[in-house]
Design a protein around this ligand. Structure first.
Ligand code: CMP
Length: 138
C-alpha cells in the first residue's frame, strides 16, 4: 500500500553539492517527491525536530550540525516507503552501510551522514507536520 515518509538531505550533502545526485537515487528507486523545499533551521528548531534524542550525548553536536547550513526536507511516497527509504539510505554509520546505499556513497561519518529518513509511521507523521503544512502536501 502506498505510504508517505519524511526525509532530509542534510547540510553536509547540500554543502558538497550532492543534493541532485541523492534526489536522482531516490527517484530511481521509485519514490514520488510529494513536496520538497530548501530551508535553514535554527538550533532550537533542530532541537524540536530531534526531541526524542534530547537525552543522548550527541544531541548538542547533532542539533548544531543540522542548523549549520541549508537542508532539503521532503515528503516521499511509494509502497512501503518508510522501510524502503531506510534500506536505500543504508546504516546510520556510513562505515557499516552496504554498497550502493546513499550513505555509503555520500556520507562521511555517523554525524555527517547525508540523509535522514523516518523510522516509523508515527515518527513520519510528526516529522512531515514539523516541516510541511497541509496545503504543501497535495
Ligand atoms: P538521523 O537518522 O538523522 O537520526 C538521528 C541522528 O543522530 C542520526 O541520523 C545521526 O546522524 C545522529 N547520530 C547518531 N549517533 C550519533 C553519534 N554517536 N554521534 C553523532 N551523531 C549521531
Amino acid at each position: 500500500m502506498s505510504q508517505r515518509t519524511f526525509s532530509i538531505i542534510k547540510p553536509d550533502a547540500v554543502k558538497k553539492g550532492h543534493a541532485g545526485a541523492i534526489l536522482a537515487e531516490i527517484e530511481k528507486a521509485g519514490f514520488k517527491i510529494v513536496s520538497i523545499k530548501k530551508v535553514s533551521i535554527s538550533k532550537a528548531q533542530a532541537e524540536g525536530f530531534y526531541h526524542v534524542h534530547a537525552a543522548r550525548p550527541f544531541f548538542g553536536e547533532l542539533t548544531e550540525f543540522m542548523s549549520s547550513g541549508p537542508i532539503f526536507p521532503m515528503v516521499l511516497e511509494k509502497d512501503n516507503a518508510i522501510a524502503d527509504l531506510r534500506k536505500l539510505m543504508g546504516a546510520t554509520n556510513p562505515a557499516q552501510a552496504e554498497e550502493g546505499t546513499i550513505r555509503k556513497k555520500f556520507a562521511a561519518s555517523i554525524g555527517e551522514n547525508a540523509i535522514h529518513g523516518s523510522d516509523a509511521e508515527e515518527t513520519a507523521a510528526f516529522e512531515i507536520g514539523y516541516f510541511f503544512a497541509g496545503y504543501e502536501l497535495k
